[in-house]
Design a protein around this ligand. Sequence first.
Ligand SMILES: [Zn+2]
Length: 375
Amino acid sequence: MSTDASTGSIDIGGGVTRSVRQLADGREIAYYDASPGHARDAVDRRQLDDAPTHTELRHDPLRDEWVVVAGHRQARTFLPPSSECPLCPTHDDQLTEVPEADYDVVVFENRFPSLTQHDSEPDPLDQHTRHGFGRCEVVCFTSNHGSALAQVTPERLRLVLEAWIDRDRVLSAIPGVEHVFVFENRGVEIGVTLSHPHGQIYAYPFVPPRDAQMIQAARSYRERTGGSLHADVIAAEIADGQRIVHDGEHWIAFVPRAARWPFELQIFTRRPIARLRDLSDDERAEFSTMYLSLLRSLDAILGVPMPYIAAWHQAPVHGDPQDSRLFLEVFSLRRAAQKLKYLAGSESAAGVWINDISPEDAAQALRDGLRLVTA
Ligand SMILES: [Zn+2]
């Protein structure tokens, strides 16, 4: 890494620069550029109230899990018209979260965060309550309001990937952060409140229960068999073959044998790595084309834009990463053009999932979708 003294921009490698600035209420904004010559020196001209500083973590003793209580989020911007989109670049008097008149990829601290660094007091409030320490960031994939991650170029997706990797590095270095979770919610059906193409990053002060459960499963398997659970699951999927959707040089994507959602993918590197920052140059390059094709195939299956959640699972910030493995999970709650899968009693209250589409049929539909979008 090197810093350009005239602009304060940092070369993070691969020809990408990060330029960090401040918004009117003190929040950080970081512009990511794959080409030189962007000053990124526009000033935020808004008068903003101070960003919310307090949220709370309450421990649920019955399930031994933490719940975030963030009452201020009730007031957050909800499905504004495109003329008032806070994620678009600033134009004339339409002042947004991004002061520049254009951008490639930009990341900033969420104005309505679930977790904040202001609550950095180390002591718990009481035995069952902690300050909601952490950090929540918004990642805008493009300045084009009407676009989608599935519609960007491979070069732009590569820049998004480099930004994800850099944010993981930056957020992991914050004392008290234990897990960095990179994800995208797409579609109003998922609960997205802003339609501009964007994702989010949460830096948690603990390892989320889903990841902790997966680490425990891999550890038990290793202690019982001496083998790697992830490697053996991937080998079994390859041997079976029915649910493989992408079989690339560096990446493999399949519908898991026990998929919970109507359309669900797990995307692994062939090489066992634990963290986003471990991705090699070749793996990053193949990801940029593979992931675009997979997202486009999701949209092609039913002929309507597919709402989805995409989430990176990786090793916690601290501790031994040997029972963690990096993978990207993508799933949709849409089961037909006009039908959604709702999480009802069995899924929501008992934790037992019922999938209405066989994973083998879903994999076939995704392969058919891939043929359509790559034809
Ligand atoms: Zn917008």
